[in-house]
Design a protein around this ligand. Structure first.
Ligand code: 5GP
Length: 205
């Protein structure tokens, strides 16, 4: 069996990463979500341990100090990071681990894990991105403006990624990601000995 791998999904705030990844995981049970740690305040519908592990700045700094994080970054106005142990345990089991992280985190992963797959989610237009940020009503006006401004900076990094997916329709974006995963699973380099694993030895049908 091919080894599991890291699937890194980035995209500016409002590109629809959350919605797309939830739908993707609903339809593909072998994809597991890496829950990040953040110092951000929970939104009204968010559950600790589900959307994020919510931590104080001191707790977050302890995790950094103890080398518990695979990557971490200061995004918009808060810290976010990926707990290391969960990711390694799941990859060992052959799972695909989905990291929904920003560009800075993705670049750190790229340095360390060459076998990870990097996908950048784009909005159909920048005005649609702004509409989505306003419509979801989870940030105040100042935060919306910060996220919108940061979106332009983040999109500049799309060239660092392996694939881009335009999120015009969630169902199509999910299909595009499923196709990327299907192709990545067939990468010869993901198998130790493909002849042996497919039983392509002489005398066997
Ligand atoms: P939000 O506050 O909207 O949930 O997330 C803000 C940004 O932080 C998003 O771009 C999201 O992808 C990013 N983010 C979430 N978790 C992590 C993480 O563990 N590491 C990094 N580097 N970014 C993260």
């Amino acid at each position: 069996m091919a080894a599991g791998f890291l699937l890194v999904l980035s995209g500016p705030s409002g590109s629809g990463k959350g919605t797309v990844s939830q739908q993707l995981m609903k339809e593909n049970k072998e994809i597991v979500f890496s829950t990040s740690v953040t110092t951000r305040t929970p939104r009204p519908n968010e559950v600790d341990g589900d959307n994020y592990f919510f931590a104080s700045i001191e707790e977050f700094e302890d995790m950094v100090e103890n080398d518990d994080l695979l990557e971490y970054a200061f995004v918009h106005t808060n810290y976010y990071g990926t707990p290391k142990k969960f990711v390694f345990d799941e990859i060992e089991k052959g799972e695909i681990v989905l990291l929904e992280i920003d560009v800075q985190g993705a670049l750190q992963i790229k340095e360390k894990y060459k076998e990870a797959v990097f996908i950048f989610l784009l909005p159909p237009t920048m005005s649609e991105l702004k509409n989505r940020l306003i419509k979801r009503d989870t940030e105040n006006e100042e935060e919306i403006n910060t996220r919108y401004k940061n979106a332009f900076k983040e999109i500049d990094f799309v060239g660092e990624y392996d694939y881009f997916v335009v999120n015009k329709e969630v169902s199509q974006a999910v299909k595009d990601i499923e196709n990327i995963i299907a192709a990545e699973r067939l990468r010869v380099k993901r198998y130790k000995n493909i002849k042996e694993e497919l039983k392509l030895e002489e005398g066997e049908d």
